[in-house]
Design a protein around this ligand. Structure first.
Ligand code: SF4
Length: 484
């Protein structure tokens, strides 16, 4: 293996938001946390939120991945946000805005895409009204991410930045019912539709209408709005079927409410984040793999059991598929049964005028390369276009949409907008592999399982200042760049 390697900070190019990672980790290594958070905020409006939910694409590209383990970039980002909150509080943000443009935009939906788009439009000097059907902002951020992963004070605290920038939040207003899209289109210079994917697909299982049966999204939504019409306690037995983060979140919430929880994963490969499954096991959730539901049984209109079937993988003509194991069915009794199904945008809720839009077969908005729908001046993004997806990707969409709307209103929208309009140039550094010492990655502390019982305290604990500096010092690019 060649001992000499040439390096550039690939992390920067891998971050979909364009956060200047070498710059902010270098500030942390110097102990200048205020400088670090200022650098992060240039490209990432919600570091406390994103520092908790981002899949950390940057870490997959980290040079250290080749020697030991990537730098914990996402945790460092989160550390900066938490440090700022602890030491200065949210109101201390230094906010700058471009001169007023005297143009107004209606953003429909205040989930990750709507919030991010609003932030960047406000920064560019536009007037922004944000229409939200719920009484509070946040969308999927407040529904599918449980508060033990994203505390409410962080979520709603960071969102306050929009009101400080002059954003006008209009809660309890359903576009299509309380106000029509056509009216908004007349009133505003541009619209951004970011309604998310808040409608659960039909459950295709007998017994689906019994009381105590929920889809994961409906359960999470009702729970997050204190709207659950079922009492859950120590004698409740809950079954959760599904292999994604939303089913794991539902199981972990039910456990915290006191229920005995069984989580059935349909197939070993389906869940997105293995660490969440590990945490579920630590919390005494019984996790069983390769089991699917086939029917729900009830009495007096209430669920009392679910018929389950074991499945296995089978290969045929080079293709792998999941097949049932003969005579493997069994009934599992329960008080509540939750099933994971696909979510899609509730397009019909937008009323009559929706028939004028080009809508895909998966019930999502069809947009062009600039995120504009077929209706002039009406843009769409996030799950309204992509369908059910990771909330971080909706943040990225919101940022792109703001840039596209800005260009549209300036009259020069022509080519595909790039979020990193002028990527930073980095000098390539030549180093000897032997000079890279292995330094173990620092881990965040995790709340002990017995401390998670019956409460919603955040499970992962932020780095302290000393650990954050030590972790930032692991950055190879910064070290050799500074030594040059
Ligand atoms: S954690 Fe996510 S947002 Fe933050 S720098 Fe990495 S890829 Fe970018």
């Amino acid at each position: 293996m060649d001992n000499v390697i040439k390096i550039k900070p690939k992390c920067y190019f891998a971050c979909p938001l364009g956060v200047d990672i070498p710059e902010f980790t270098s500030s942390i290594a110097r102990g200048d946390f205020s400088d670090a958070i200022a650098t992060i905020r240039e490209q990432n409006p919600f570091p406390g939120i994103i520092g908790r939910i981002c899949p950390a694409y940057c870490e997959d590209a980290c040079i250290r991945e080749q020697t030991d383990e990537p730098v914990a970039i996402r945790q460092l980002e989160r550390f900066c946000a938490d440090y700022e909150l602890q030491h200065f509080g949210f109101p201390q943000w230094k906010l700058t805005k471009d001169t007023p443009k005297n143009k107004s935009i209606a953003v429909i939906g205040s989930g990750p895409a709507g919030l991010t788009c609003s932030y960047y439009l406000l920064k560019k000097g536009y007037d922004v009204d944000i229409y939200e059907k719920s009484y509070r902002p946040g969308g999927t951020l407040s529904i599918i991410i449980p508060r033990f992963e994203l505390p409410q004070e962080i979520l709603f605290g960071e969102i306050q930045i929009l009101t400080k920038l002059g954003g006008n939040f209009i809660p309890n207003c359903t576009v299509g019912k309380d106000i029509q899209l056509t009216e908004l289109n007349r009133k505003y210079d541009a619209l951004f539709i970011a309604i998310g994917a808040g409608k659960s697909d039909e459950l295709h299982i007998p017994g689906k209408n019994l009381d105590g049966v929920f889809t994961t999204f409906d359960f999470l939504e009702n729970f997050s709005r204190n709207n659950l019409d079922i009492k859950i306690g120590g004698s409740t037995k809950a079954l959760v079927f599904g292999g994604n983060n939303e089913s794991v979140a539902s199981a972990r919430i039910l456990r915290r409410l006191g229920a005995e929880v069984h989580l059935f994963l349909p197939d070993e490969m389906q869940y997105f984040d293995e660490t969440k499954i590990q945490m579920a096991r630590q919390e005494n959730i019984i996790v069983k793999q390769s089991i699917i539901p086939t029917a729900v049984f009830g009495e007096k209109n209430r669920v009392f059991s679910v018929r389950c079937l074991k499945v296995e993988r089978s290969s045929e003509n080079g293709k792998t598929k999941i097949v049932p194991i003969e005579n493997s069915d069994f009934d599992e009794d329960c008080d509540i049964a939750i099933f994971s199904v696909r979510r899609y945008p509730d397009i019909d809720s937008l009323g009559e005028s929706i028939k004028n839009f080009n809508i895909s077969r998966s019930n999502t908005f069809i947009v062009d390369e600039n995120m504009q729908t077929n209706i002039y001046g009406v843009f769409a993004g996030g799950e309204a276009v992509n369908g059910m997806s990771n909330p971080f990707l909706s943040v990225v969409d919101g940022k792109r949409a703001a840039s596209a709307i800005d260009k549209f209103l300036a009259g020069n929208i022509t080519v595909r907008d790039e979020q990193k309009e002028t990527p930073k140039e980095f000098e390539e550094i030549v180093i000897e592999r032997n000079n890279i010492a292995e330094v173990p990655r620092n881990r965040t502390k995790i709340l002990a399982p017995d401390q998670r019982d019956s409460n919603f305290r955040e499970v992962e604990i932020s780095f302290d200042e000393k650990i954050a500096i030590a972790e930032a010092e692991r950055c190879i690019f910064d070290r050799f760049h500074t030594e040059k």
